[in-house]
Design a protein around this ligand. Structure first.
Ligand code: GH3
Length: 315
């Protein structure tokens, strides 16, 4: 590329480099039994720096898909030698949702019926093998962009915007699902309810904005000390919950003790204020069958921690 000495051409170049870098991280799987067609698709996609995997039958395609969670887009032929494209499509959708994988159906004999059936079985799009290279890459880019938008929306829906921790919705959807799956395997989940002590006083004394900064600082501490596999949630206000999947009580207690003894917090700012903030914690035992039961147990322990003088962990 010849760069003219202008900000517009420089920003174009930056955008181009970013797109190429993104494509280099994007994995695509082509499943087609026709060797020549596979080679054409691979060559066209690699021209845009996409990482291309190939398979010549449905079973091999599904195996590659399961083994490579980084694959974001599947180009799937209709006529395969072992299982039909529709069968492969339905099976792929059982373990990869619309927010994880875009699937584009292809056929050498396209028809309205075929398109409809592909979409009904779970495809995101359909193209004829005879399409131009430009149409192919446009459809692929659009499907990858939609996937990214879906992911961004999901992330927004599950995160607390102030602290970046998971929110209550995530706790009651995803962590609840995890709780049920773990219970089926005979494994237990523990939950810690964490609440800042006398937080109202901090708001009253130093203002709401400083209160917000303290909530953010405590969320950052929780994140810093969090054991591997544990998930931190801001329930609301000054209350947090940490979910520990199959983590022993000793590790949970060690994390909570470290967090509690890391108080008070020094807030970054012009006059580096130190707050004598403490936290109270309630920890569930891991014996509760459902998420609601476990949260009730942790809440009861938290209440006890507050009633018995605050700044302590009750399990
Ligand atoms: P306790 O030790 O008994 O828990 O006393 P507390 O003062 O912390 O009582 P409580 O937990 O009920 O008070 C929470 C306060 O947090 C009340 C509410 O005005 C304030 N609050 C809720 N959400 C926010 C927020 O996003 N930012 C700020 N700064 N304050 C909030």
């Amino acid at each position: 590329y010849v760069l003219k000495d202008s900000p517009a051409s420089l920003s174009y170049l930056v955008e181009l480099v970013q797109r190429i870098e993104k494509n280099m991280r994007t994995h695509v799987l082509v499943v087609d039994d026709a060797r020549a067609q596979r080679a054409i698709l691979k060559e066209r996609l690699e021209r845009y720096c996409l990482q291309v995997h190939t398979a010549d039958c449905g079973e091999e395609g599904l195996r590659l898909l399961e083994a490579n969670p980084q694959i974001q887009l599947l180009i799937l032929d209709h006529g395969l030698p072992d299982i039909s494209g529709f069968e492969a499509l339905k099976r792929a959708r059982r373990f990869r949702n619309f927010d994880e994988l875009a699937i584009v159906g292809i056929s050498a004999t396209p028809s309205a019926e075929l398109t409809a059936k592909f979409l009904k079985c779970g495809a995101s799009d359909f193209v004829a093998k005879s399409c131009t290279p430009e149409e192919l890459i446009l459809r692929i880019s659009q499907n990858l962009e939609s996937l990214e938008r879906i992911r961004e929306l999901k992330e927004l829906a599950n995160k607390d915007p102030m602290t970046g921790l998971f929110n209550r919705r995530y706790l009651h959807d995803e962590i609840d699902k995890q709780h049920q799956e773990m219970a089926q395997q005979g494994l237990s989940m523990r939950y810690a309810m964490i609440d800042i002590d006398k937080f109202k006083q901090i708001n009253d004394q130093f203002g709401h904005e400083t209160g917000d900064k303290l909530i953010i600082a405590i969320a950052d501490r929780i994140r810093d000390f969090l054991p591997k596999g544990a998930k931190a949630v801001r329930i609301g206000g000054d209350e947090f919950c940490v979910a520990f999947p199959d983590i022993d009580e000793l590790t949970c207690r060690a994390f909570l003790s470290e967090l509690r003894s890391s108080m008070p917090i020094t807030l970054p700012g012009h006059d580096e204020q130190v707050f004598n903030s403490t936290i109270s914690v309630g920890l569930s035992s891991g014996a509760d069958a459902t998420l609601s039961d476990a949260l009730r147990t942790a809440d009861r322990c938290l209440y006890e921690a507050k009633e018995s003088g605050r700044n302590r962990i009750i399990a």
